[in-house]
Ligand binder design. Sequence first.
Ligand SMILES: C[S@@+](CC[C@H](N)C(=O)[O-])C[C@H]1O[C@@H](n2cnc3c(N)ncnc32)[C@H](O)[C@@H]1O
Length: 241
Amino acid sequence: MSKPGNTLKPFWRYYGGKFRAAPRYPAPQHDTIIEPFAGAAGYSLRYPDRKVILVEKYPVVAEMWRYLIRVSAAEIRRIPIGVTHIDELPSWVPAPARNLIGWWFNAATVSPRASLSVGRQKLAAMGRNFEGWTEATRERIATQVEQIRHWQCIEGSFERAPCIPATWFIDPPYNNKAGSYYVEHDIDYTWLASWCRSRRGQVIVCENEGATWLPFRPFATLKPGVNGKGSREVIWEGGCP
Ligand SMILES: C[S@@+](CC[C@H](N)C(=O)[O-])C[C@H]1O[C@@H](n2cnc3c(N)ncnc32)[C@H](O)[C@@H]1O
């Protein structure tokens, strides 16, 4: 288990991931953190020593988390680097590892790629650096898998989260066009609002400016992502005793 105060780096860069913004959100007040819309778990990565429970509906992401939680560091270190297409990997490399590498083929996508993006191929040809499936990335992941053995990932919809007092970091796909890019994004926000209101403990809900399904308040403008635009974020905090 990691030391208190330790933070991890992203296992992969996910579209809309909150890793960079996570320190700006309230710190967890409970030993258990639940992320019912897990994605790349940007908030929990900042507090990896807590009891972390992830829920994720997109099977590709849920399977990757289950793999990362149980895989040995030695297995990660055996996966070849320098590949530009998933088919270049040896047959023993399991599907979730292939998907993980597929995410490193491009910047912050919603699903893994089969081959290195054209932009990254050009950077590689020019000898320029980019954060891809490199020795440094592989070593980061190999080191970090040892620190999430106590995490848990439940595959399915957010309602499958255990009904316990916890710090709830609820970051669903935004209820706007940006949210529609996720593979899984069909959400009844009226139902989600009442579900959020009935969580026990500390509840932090993230949304984009303009959302009205909870009484959100302005929170922050997050740094530009790959599209170059900043994202105006709103927040709702609640929680029953
Ligand atoms: C905005 S992303 C979460 C990003 C995450 N906070 C991070 O730092 O990477 C929303 C996630 O919710 C997942 N999702 C969509 N509908 C869901 C549902 N009904 N239940 C659980 N997860 C869902 C999506 O697949 C996506 O991974």
